[in-house]
Design a protein around this ligand. Structure first.
Ligand SMILES: Nc1ncnc2c1ncn2[C@@H]1O[C@H](COP(=O)(O)OP(=O)(O)O)[C@@H](O)[C@H]1O
Ligand SMILES: [Mg+2]
Length: 251
């Protein structure tokens, strides 16, 4: 479940190089599922995917929000990598929604340009067909954030969001939503309460864990179901701390 960037790079240098490296400068280098599919980090995303798939077994389509305590925890990078990873599993069809109107990054990370997206869809200025984009990854579709709306959390609280998730559930096995951080904004809690679960991205540095605990309480109070944690930057921590957090999150 943990992503240990520094350590995995070191181990990659020592071990065998990735068998396939697709050099595509348009896709951000942090998208290891694209650039280094044989790396240890990519394996860690696959391990996380296994957990997500096991949770959803026999439950039909799943909608999941990815969020964290504060900005910079690695939400967007994790969301894109997890989405690619899920789309590569047999029998899945994945829709990744950039629901972070405040700092949208999904389109940039995937190397696709800006344009109409979720905000236009929810404001009835575009149709689903207009904003649902096919990506170069088979079975992965993306809805960009669109132009920043004046009232992001109100827009995410609208009935249209519920209708959109219901519609997407008929077309996709997994709907993943990248969102703003929980502690400064209510957006992720609002959206999280409408989805099947929330994955909390936890940056394992000195403040990350504390912020994550706060975020978990806020999410649970809002009625969101926190289904797991995805750990980033574990190299900055005592390795035992990551294992300990995973145990706590499982409780
Ligand atoms: N798995 C990771 N481990 C360490 N650092 C990371 C990881 N993922 C992202 N980062 C760093 O954190 C920065 C912010 O990532 P991003 O996904 O945009 O965060 P957020 O969406 O939570 O604001 C990135 O530019 C990158 O340098
Ligand atoms: Mg982000």
């Amino acid at each position: 479940m943990a992503v240990d960037e520094q350590e995995s790079n070191e181990r990659d240098e020592e071990g065998a190089p990735p068998l396939v490296v697709i050099t595509d400068t348009a896709v951000d280098p942090h998208i290891v599922m694209h650039h280094e599919p044989r790396s240890l980090q990519a394996e860690q995303y696959r391990a996380f995917r296994t957990n997500l798939l096991a949770m959803g077994r026999n439950k039909g389509s799943r909608s999941v929000v990815l969020t964290s305590g504060i900005k910079g925890d690695g939400k967007s990078i994790s969301a894109v990598n997890i989405a690619i990873c899920l789309a590569e599993a047999p029998g899945t069809r994945v829709c990744l929604i950039d629901a972070d109107f405040r700092s949208p990054r999904v389109a940039e990370l995937l190397g696709i340009g800006g344009g109409k997206g979720l905000s236009e869809l929810l404001l009835d200025e575009a149709t689903l067909a207009d904003v649902l984009l096919e990506t170069r990854v088979q079975n992965l579709f993306v809805i960009r954030s669109g132009r920043p709306p004046r009232n992001p959390s109100e827009l995410l609280a609208s009935e249209r969001v519920k209708n959109l998730l219901d519609t997407l559930k008929q077309q996709f096995t997994h709907i993943l939503c990248d969102t703003p951080p929980v502690n400064p904004f209510t957006d992720a809690a609002v959206l999280g309460a409408r989805t099947d679960g929330v994955v909390l991205v936890v940056r394992m540095n000195s403040t990350g864990r504390e912020q994550a605990e706060r975020a978990r309480h806020v999410l649970e109070r809002a009625g969101a179901h926190v289904i797991g944690a995805f750990l980033t930057d574990t190299a900055s921590q005592d390795p035992d701390a990551a294992a300990e957090y995973e145990e706590d999150a499982d409780e």
